[in-house]
Design a protein around this ligand. Structure first.
Ligand code: THU
Length: 134
């Protein structure tokens, strides 16, 4: 069991969601990634008129953290609209797995929360070992 406050992390994700750039889908997402030493890196989705260039909230949070030298993580919280859980997309599951395979993934519908291990959400993942690296 990891030591962190999931409700606090959800609150950080909720705050980050306000900044979502979602003018095409109107689906706003916020994420908050907790480092091993309890720093929080947040992200929101950023959409492009060339739709496939859109970046999800989770990867924004992860890339912010990695680009500032943070490489060890405990958990990520993801918040979208009230009433609905927002499980991370397949692309985010893969990239999170590449850098934070042991994290908890915290989802909320605004009232209740669900906590998964990333490994549960991406079984039989492709990883470094498939590239023939150690
Ligand atoms: N989105 C995220 O930011 N995270 C997810 O886990 C699912 C989808 C974004 C991408 C796009 O801007 C919008 O939600 C609709 O797919």
């Amino acid at each position: 069991m990891k030591n962190y406050d999931s409700d606090k992390l959800i609150e950080e994700a909720r705050k980050a969601r306000v900044f979502a750039q979602a003018k095409y889908s109107h689906f706003q997402v916020g994420a908050a990634l907790l480092t091993e030493d309890d720093e929080v890196y947040t992200g929101c989705n950023v959409e492009s008129s060339s739709y496939s260039l859109t970046m999800c909230a989770e990867r924004v949070a992860l890339f912010k953290a990695l680009s500032e030298g943070r490489t060890r993580f405990k958990a990520i919280a993801i918040v979208a609209k009230d009433g609905e859980y927002c499980p991370p997309c397949g692309a985010c599951r893969q990239v999170l797995f590449d850098y934070a395979p042991d994290i908890d993934v915290i989802l909320t519908n605004g009232k209740e929360k669900q906590i998964y291990k990333l490994k549960e959400l991406l079984p039989h993942a492709f990883d470094d070992s498939n590239l023939g690296e150690k």
